[in-house]
Design a binder for this molecule. Structure first.
Ligand SMILES: Nc1ncnc2c1ncn2[C@@H]1O[C@H](COP(=O)(O)OP(=O)(O)OP(=O)(O)O)[C@@H](O)[C@H]1O
Ligand SMILES: [Mg+2]
Length: 550
């Protein structure tokens, strides 16, 4: 886009003219400039080559073949290179000045004295425009470096887990350096082995890659903890994985370190031989350091999440085992104790018929009463252990029965309201919701000093919502008290969590009597499922106990 060129049309013409006229003298001008630059700065060959590209002497070749647009494109490119070589912009400014100072005597030789001011002004302008292009390149380079580091930070904040983070970090690195391939190898636990965890430009064949510490290019980086480079793979005769040899001509690698410990290696590769510049190596290292921290954190979060998942699974298993155990105990109570009591009752009844002595008859009668009360007690225990009404008539009937029992035993008026579309839920869901109601009502009787409690159950789409609200004294902030063990609320939470639901405990919404307590539960509604298959024998057996004891 010529319109954006930082030098005026008229001055461009003059600069091109100067270049033409001085063409035979550029070799000596260049030699003088190099001597002066060496005396002032002692730069290495790469920096000197790049600086030379910014002068009118090299520009001349470009002016002849194309035009000035190309020259400024090149100035941008070499500016980026100088930025990556970490050359101070003051050195660039000085280099352009030195070149101009050396040019002046030559200009006097070739141009009329009265044209000289115009000529020097055009050259001045040419140098300033070059300096502006280079500064832009410096700025863009700085921006790209900050953007890369910021993207890693952003990846850390937004990635959903370790794998997603690794993918993003690798993509950012590959894009930043315009590499063609990339791979992140992570250490496998504490073993000195690296495994591929994310890849760009490789197929799934690298997924099973295992590299021992000390072996090959990445194994060496893992051991030394220092960046490594193979600028031209065709000239490297060390051990290199064939996957890499096939895909790249140059490889750059950097360790991922958490403190002093190497947790992995990040590699990128290029289609052409390519040696890194100092700032590229430093940027790669900075990206790796930033990423390593994020990777370590994401790894810990993943491990915690996995542990949490295992604990939840275990606690779900324990709860299921507890329900099974309760059923087993209630069956045994029925089969052993219940049956034995029935036999005792039968024999005592027969004995009562045969005995005539009044005192003995009265004693037998009393004993029969005790046996009846025991049978009644056992029936209640069986009901609590594995609530028959829940299995036979479902959750709603079981909740109504609990509410009635509460009114009877604690004198708390209980109101149950159930939405029309609740229906039957899966056995696990019904059991969990029932156990929550059971414990919540126990708590009302035990702690609340309430006069009423309301229990609401409704279904909203795929969710079942339960709300138990009393008008009692309310739950006070509990001080941690290791001596006092209470498991009711914790157990409720656990049960609901294993179903993927949530439980909230708080103050009741509106109460005249006291602050009250409200427990709100939301669980996913699953279908009725295997309810009847699982409990059938127990149900029949328990029906028998209940009927026989009535
Ligand atoms: N409805 C309620 N009204 C007032 N306080 C309550 C109510 N429910 C629970 N609490 C308070 O919360 C505490 C914890 O209840 P939680 O059910 O976990 O234990 P607990 O009933 O004391 O013992 P556990 O249930 O293990 O036999 C109770 O000790 C009580 O102080
Ligand atoms: Mg309790």
């Amino acid at each position: 886009m010529p319109a954006l060129l930082p030098i005026k049309e008229s001055q461009r013409g003059i600069v091109q003219q100067i270049a033409h006229v001085l063409q035979p003298r550029f070799a000596e001008i260049r030699a003088d400039w190099r001597k002066q630059m060496f005396a002032d700065f002692q730069l290495d060959g790469r920096a000197m080559a790049a600086l030379e590209r910014l002068t009118i002497g090299t520009g001349f070749r470009v002016f002849c073949h194309a035009d000035m647009e190309r020259f400024y494109e090149n100035a941008g490119y070499y500016g980026t290179r100088l930025a990556k070589l970490k050359i101070d912009t003051r050195v660039i400014s000085r280099s352009l000045d030195i070149y101009l100072e050396i040019l002046v005597p030559y200009l006097r030789d070739h141009f009329d004295g009265d044209r000289l001011p115009e000529i020097i002004a055009a050259l001045d302008r040419f140098s300033s425009a070059t300096y502006v292009s280079v500064s832009d390149a410096y700025f863009d380079n700085q921006k790209a470096e900050s953007a890369a580091l910021l993207s890693v930070l952003d990846a850390e904040l937004s990635a959903s887990g370790l794998d997603a983070l690794l993918e993003r970090v690798l993509q950012i690195t590959v894009n930043t350096f315009r590499a063609t391939i990339g791979i992140i190898l992570l250490r496998d636990g504490d073993a000195p082995v690296l495994r591929a965890r994310a890849r760009v430009g490789f197929g799934p064949e690298v997924d099973n890659l295992e590299i021992e510490f000390g072996t090959g290019f990445s194994g060496q980086i893992a051991v030394t903890g220092e960046p490594g480079i193979l600028p031209d793979i065709s000239e490297s005769h060390g051990t290199l994985n064939p996957f890499c040899r096939d895909k790249a001509q140059a490889l750059w690698g950097v360790p991922l370190k958490a403190g002093d410990k190497v947790i992995g290696v990040l590699l990128i590769g290029f289609a052409k031989p390519y040696f890194w510049l100092d700032s590229e190596r430093e940027l790669l290292r900075a990206i790796a350091d930033r990423s390593a921290l994020a990777i370590q954190r994401a790894g810990m979060t993943d491990a915690l999440r996995e542990r949490e998942g295992r604990i939840a699974e275990l606690s779900g298993h324990l709860l299921r085992a507890q329900e099974e155990e309760r059923k087993r105990i209630s069956r045994e109570l029925h089969d052993e104790t219940g049956q034995a009591l029935m036999v005792i009752r039968l024999y005592l009844g027969m004995l009562e018929q045969t005995v005539t002595a009044r005192t003995a008859k009265a004693k037998i009668h009393e004993t029969l009463d005790v046996v009846d009360r025991t049978i009644e007690g056992i029936r209640r225990i069986i009901g609590r252990l594995s609530p028959l009404v829940l299995q036979e008539l479902g959750l709603i009937a079981a909740i109504r029965k609990e509410a009635k029992d509460l009114a009877k035993s604690a004198g708390v008026k209980a109101k149950v309201s159930v939405g029309e579309n609740v229906g039957r839920l899966s056995p696990v869901t019904e059991t969990a919701v029932y156990r929550v109601v059971q414990e919540a009502l126990h708590n009302v009787a035990k702690h609340a000093n309430a006069s009423t409690v309301s229990i609401q159950l409704r279904r909203e789409g795929d969710l079942v919502k339960l709300c138990i609200e009393d008008d009692g004294v309310g739950i006070k902030a509990q001080k941690p008290n290791p001596g006092r063990r209470s498991f009711g609320l914790a157990g409720m939470r656990e049960r609901i969590a294993t179903l993927g639901g949530s439980l909230k405990v708080g103050a009741a919404s509106r109460n005249a009597q006291g602050p009250g307590t409200k427990i709100e539960v939301v669980v996913p509604a699953a279908s009725a499922g295997d309810w009847h298959d699982r409990g059938l024998t127990t149900v029949q057996e328990q029906s028998a106990v209940q009927k026989s004891s009535n």
